[in-house]
Design a protein around this ligand. Structure first.
Ligand SMILES: [Zn+2]
Length: 524
């Protein structure tokens, strides 16, 4: 009888939710080799920087598919682990810009991408300064004032006016409308032929070398993004723009002053700009890798991390491979281990889970956007993303980029408090990081979304993550795997995600937005 009671008791224990402490202990039991495994492979030179549509990128995809199979997860897209999608890739070289007799060139003065199929291209139009290039109902701001900008070359400032005026936008915190991606999309909507964003370290948030590295390879787009007349999009260095303007006696500082006023109107600069260069075009198919674990509810929580990085650049002297270890092999390891642990406790899942290893993030969040645009927002309860996860020692803190826009903030705070972690804001959150990784396409379709991570600071107060972003490793060939990494930040991130999913499973209501959102939700 006693035996039967014990068996009954254990059956009841299986049916009830496993205690959170058990999940935390399971994360603590991950060994260092287990934490190293996925990171080490994905960041190896043999995987060649995992660019979409390359051998290395495809190797990474098939490796992740194998891991999903090994873990016993189910295929996540129409009976397959792969969600293929088409990309248009453009490699732009030898760009020369002529503006009123002044000739400038790539890569010292400008960087940019031509999006047409011609091998030798020319794009030209009248230069118009359009302030910040922003039109937003949320912030009641319109830099265009219904001007006819069809066929023009728009010159716009980086960032948003809040950087100088704390009373508008979100002050120094970059909004979606300050992002270069938004400005290029808006220039396309205005019917422009070309757009150049003026680069300064302060307004871009990074130096010119980051622009050079990010724009020197192939630029990729979803076909749907190219249904307009915008044919050249890029950046110009402020100093180089000043050279052109000096010849016309136009003071950039004066234009800047005007651009901070809501009454600003586009300024015809009085000269034409033409771009010439060579371009290589290809159409390619790449793949997201998707797996699911069914829960009791059909509503899904998506967990994501991007597979890709910048691949190889054979023109670089020395090391040509962008291994992308922190960005984003470590986060993919977080995704895989989170899937592994939650799958071990799948009987307890309320929400169904989707694990999305997405492609082409570096090219503009293309894989996650394709996934989100083909999903039914009503079936998605939340999106949890891993990005540039700190691989060093554990932190006394955790952060959730964009958590503050939804009740995910309270959920994360509760998880942090139970683990004795301080809840912090990412110190670089004001640079628009929420809009720069795969959580954002989910937010854009209305799904509360967050990027979760172990904190930046070590116990001793050192901020290695900030050093990574600002110190020359981010988006360069120096982002390499280091076998001496403790990987305790990775463990902490896995634990945070596992416990956040556990917490959401126990909460009565799904996450919801709160307050005013600094970006538009599509269809609303
Ligand atoms: Zn990146």
């Amino acid at each position: 009888m006693k035996r039967i009671l014990i068996i009954l008791a254990s059956l009841i224990a299986i049916a009830a939710n496993v205690p959170s402490a058990t999940l935390a202990e399971r994360c603590d039991a991950l060994t260092r080799p287990e934490l190293q495994a996925v990171v080490q492979f994905l960041a190896d030179d043999l995987v060649e920087g995992r660019a979409p549509g390359t051998r290395g990128g495809e190797l990474a995809e098939i490796y992740i598919q194998s891991l999903f199979k090994l873990l016993g997860l189910q295929p996540g897209w129409q009976g397959s682990y792969f969600q293929p999608f088409e990309l248009r890739g453009f490699t732009t070289r030898d760009v020369r810009l002529n503006a009123g007799g002044i000739e400038l060139g790539q890569p010292d003065d400008l960087m940019g991408s031509y999006t047409g199929e011609e091998k030798d291209f020319t794009v030209s139009g009248r230069a118009v300064f359009c302030g910040f290039g922003i039109r937003s109902d949320i912030w009641k701001w319109d830099d265009f004032k219904k001007a006819d900008l069809r066929g023009k070359v728009l010159i716009v400032r980086a960032n948003d006016p809040g950087l100088w005026r704390s009373d508008i936008f979100e002050g120094r915190t970059l909004t979606y409308f300050g992002r270069w991606t938004y400005k290029m999309e808006e220039a396309a909507r205005q019917g422009a032929a070309a757009v150049l964003i003026v680069h300064t370290d302060e307004t871009a948030g990074y130096g010119w070398t980051v622009v050079q590295n990010s724009w020197s390879g192939e630029e990729s787009y979803l076909p749907a993004e190219l249904q307009d007349s915008l044919r050249f999009r890029g950046w110009i260095r402020e100093e180089s723009l000043k050279q052109i303007l000096a010849k016309r006696n136009v003071k950039l500082e004066k234009l800047y002053q005007k651009s901070l006023q809501p009454g600003f109107k586009p300024v015809d600069l009085g000269f034409d700009v033409s771009f010439r260069g060579r371009s290589q075009f290809r159409s390619l198919t790449t793949r997201n890798v998707v797996a699911t674990i069914p829960g009791r509810k059909p509503q899904q929580i998506v967990l994501s991390a991007h597979i890709d990085h910048f691949g190889r650049n054979p023109e670089l002297a020395g090391d040509p491979i962008f291994n992308g270890a922190i960005d984003n092999a470590v986060p993919v390891a977080a995704l895989i281990q989170t899937a592994r642990i939650l799958n071990e406790y799948k009987k307890d899942l309320e929400y169904s889970l989707v694990f999305l290893a997405c492609q082409a993030e570096e090219g503009g969040l293309l894989g996650s956007r394709y996934f989100a645009e083909n999903a039914d927002p009503a079936t998605l309860a939340a999106a949890i993303n891993f990005e540039s996860t700190p691989p060093w020692e554990a932190s006394p803190e955790i952060f959730g980029v964009g958590a503050r826009f939804s009740t995910l903030e309270e959920s994360l705070k509760a998880v942090a408090a139970a683990q004795g972690w301080r809840y912090s804001e990412f110190s670089m959150a004001d640079q628009g990081f929420y809009f720069r990784s795969d959580q954002f396409p989910f937010a854009q379709i209305g799904v509360p979304a967050v990027w979760v991570s172990a904190g930046e600071r070590s116990l001793a107060g050192e901020n290695k993550l900030e050093k990574f972003f600002r110190g020359g490793a981010y988006h360069t060939v120096k982002d390499e795997y280091d076998p001496t990494w403790e990987l305790e930040g990775l463990r902490q991130t896995i634990k945070l995600a596992v416990l956040l999913v556990d917490r959401l499973n126990r909460e009565k209501d799904p996450p919801r937005w709160k307050g005013r959102l600094p970006f538009p939700i599509s269809g609303k």
